[in-house]
Design a binder for this molecule. Structure first.
Ligand code: NDP
Ligand code: 8X3
Length: 249
């Protein structure tokens, strides 16, 4: 039975991906901090399909403990979806909160690195066709006011994905998945719970939905074993981040 290990499975992309893979017969390791959400997810599927593990990406030991405790049916790991992460703050420098910056670095960078290292032996054990899908963002390529450290963490995810692929010497596939504007709990978290700002952000836009990302993760994880998709950028049609400024006389 193929196995997917997902970080950030309590919400958004990770939750939708967990549901899609579980419904297609994969065994799913669903992780995150909110245990009640994980319990709800597990209860939606037949016993033994979803294994849940409460972990905090900012706490390396909790990641190691979750991996060490994986039941036999959830190892080796065929696909690691390194997805848990967040943006905090919308203000340009210098009106920023240094604590928010630390949290983004601890979660988006160090959490992703530590998860990769802990799960790697189980991916190696799965062998040919195993894959790592890292969730980057278009924010690593397109700067915007207030993007600052968040964009920086996603630039790290991009470069780490490339270097990981080089280090793994072709044994494990690595993809950097870079979404644009998607409606999940992302903006609510970013604004520290500002529901009005959350609604305004998506007003008049047809954003990416978590289920759209889940479809793409499914596509990536199920390519033939000799194929590596290194990088994939996904945006709503309306979001054209690279549109040049047109200057007319
Ligand atoms: P959500 O806020 O809906 O989901 C984020 C997930 O990350 C939650 O399951 C949350 O779980 C988990 N998470 C956050 N911090 C931690 C932590 N310390 N330990 C464990 N889990 C954690 O947002 P999205 O689904 O949109 O975000 C998923 C990824 O996609 C993120 O990496 C984000 O940066 C990226 N992204 C999002 C875009 C968007 O527009 N939505 C666009 C591009 C990229 P819990 O709180 O329960 O721990
Ligand atoms: C989330 C996309 O453009 O809001 O990573 O930073 S963006």
């Amino acid at each position: 039975m193929p196995v997917i290990f997902i970080t950030g499975a309590t919400s958004g992309f990770g939750a939708a991906t967990a549901r899609l893979f579980a419904s297609k017969g994969w065994n799913v390791v669903a992780t995150g901090r909110r245990g009640d959400r994980l319990e709800t997810l597990r209860a939606e599927f037949p016993a033994g399909r979803v294994h849940i593990a409460q972990l905090d990406l900012m706490d390396r030991q909790s990641i190691a403990d979750a991996v060490a405790a994986l039941p036999e049916d959830f190892r080796p790991v065929t696909c690691l979806f390194n997805n848990g992460g967040l943006a905090l703050g919308t203000q340009p420098i210098p009106d920023v909160d240094a604590g928010d910056w630390d949290t983004m670095i601890e979660t988006n960078i160090k959490g992703l690195i530590h998860t990769t290292l802990e799960v790697l032996p189980l991916l190696e054990a799965a062998g040919r066709g195993a894959s790592i899908i890292n969730t980057g963002s278009i924010a690593r390529r397109f700067a915007y006011p207030g993007g600052n450290v968040y964009g920086g963490t996603k630039a790290f995810v991009h470069q780490f994905s490339e270097n990981l692929r080089a280090d793994l010497g072709g044994r494990i596939r690595v993809t950097n998945l870079e979404p644009g504007m998607a409606k999940s709990e992302f903006t609510l978290v970013r604004t520290h719970g500002d529901a009005e700002a959350n609604e305004k952000t998506y007003a008049g836009v047809e954003p990416i939905l978590p289920e759209d990302i889940a479809d793409i993760v499914w596509f990536l994880a199920t390519r033939p074993a000799h194929i590596n998709i290194g990088h994939i950028e996904v945006t709503p049609v309306i979001q054209v981040p690279a549109r040049p400024t047109i200057i007319r006389d």
